[in-house]
Ligand binder design. Structure first.
Ligand code: GLY
Length: 355
């Protein structure tokens, strides 16, 4: 077992995960496990994880997907937990991807004014991003993460062995956030991602370790995102617009990481345009993104339709949009104001690359 930060542990195998949970659980009066149906049917059933950690845990299973991140589901979960006799000395264990840790972390953070929870991420995206850093929340209407809390998990226990159950499309989606962390760190971190998503489990585990350590260092310095934590939104401003637009397009919705990869294409171009990033660096990584992420077809998206989604971004000032840009690899700048027309031009160019 390796300690990656004060609340994040990495275990080598299932036995390590079970042994860690068995050490933690006896301190609590009761335990609730939250997962989604996909994770229950694959990871949990095939590993027998639940029987190995607790025969008396109360199990809640939600539908996979963003639709479960709602206040209605939070109310249903709280009702279940009440009926199961859970109290302030109960523990919630969230086993799954970002939807499960966002939802379960939020519900735990408000149930009885807050009970403790442990995250066991089963996706790459959740291991290196969603389950680490204390952001919890649910969606409101069509808008993502509008209601939530900053509540750090008691512990995050990462076992990269879960990734063998993850479809390759989801792995690539998580890898986009690894690449984002590498741009923000520069140097050795970029060298680690240079060859694409590692096929070898040990190299992938090293990448997860480095990525989590970086995220944790940023979060520790600014948990509430007053300043420096904003850098973690690199690629996300336009990324969220791609993600929302894909829900309206006549095709499969894009995964978060696919949208972030497309958003980073725009952010790299804007970084060259206004922050002095080397055009050679941007061109090299643009090619890397186009070759490594299988970003879906843009299916009728236009620069104008994407700009509509950006118009309501909370970070806007007048006719300018606020971005995280790169001055150099490892040197991000946040709160950079850019004229909407410049953004539209770069979005247009990126759309032409993707179609
Ligand atoms: N995913 C960005 C953050 O945790 O701040």
């Amino acid at each position: 077992m390796i300690r990656l930060s004060d609340n994040v542990l990495m275990v080598n195998d299932m036995a390590g995960l079970v042994s860690r949970l068995r050490r933690r659980i006896p301190g609590f009066a009761s335990v609730g496990v939250l997962t989604d149906r996909n994770v229950e049917e694959t990871v949990i059933e095939q590993t027998g994880l639940l029987q190995k950690i607790s025969s008396s845990a109360h199990m809640s299973v939600v539908k996979p997907g963003e639709a479960s991140k709602s206040l209605t589901v939070v109310e249903q979960l709280s009702q279940e937990w009440l009926e199961a006799g859970m109290d302030r000395n109960s523990l919630i264990i969230n086993i799954g991807g970002g939807v499960v840790s966002d939802l379960g972390g939020f519900a735990a953070s408000i149930f009885k004014r807050g009970i403790r929870f442990i995250n066991i991420p089963t996706t790459l995206l959740s291991m290196i991003d969603a389950s680490v850093g204390g952001k919890t929340g649910v969606n409101l209407g069509g808008a993502k993460n509008q209601i939530g809390t900053f509540s750090r998990a008691d512990e995050v226990i990462i076992w990269t062995g879960f990734l063998k159950w993850l479809p390759s499309r989801e792995l690539k989606s998580g890898f986009a956030e690894c690449l984002k962390h590498a741009f923000l760190q520069g140097g050795e971190a970029l060298r680690l991602v240079n060859h694409g998503l590692p096929a070898d489990p040990a190299t992938l585990a090293s990448l997860v370790e480095a990525s989590v350590k970086f995220k944790d260092s940023v979060v520790n310095a600014d948990l509430y995102e007053i300043g420096q934590r904003k850098i973690l939104n690199f690629g996300h401003t336009v990324g969220h617009a791609f993600e929302s637009a894909s829900l309206l397009a006549n095709a499969e919705p894009w995964l978060h990481g696919e949208a972030v990869a497309a958003g980073m294409l725009v952010a790299l171009r804007l970084s060259v345009r206004v922050a002095g990033l080397s055009p050679d660096f941007a061109a090299k990584w643009e090619e890397f993104i186009l070759n490594n992420f299988s970003i879906p077809k843009t299916c009728g998206m236009t620069s104008m339709s994407l700009m509509q989604f950006l118009r309501y971004d909370k970070k806007n000032v007048g006719n300018s949009l606020r971005f995280v840009l790169l001055k150099e690899p490892g040197m991000p700048l946040f709160d950079q104001e850019i004229a909407a027309e410049s953004v539209r031009e770069e979005v247009e160019l990126v759309l032409s690359l993707l179609s």
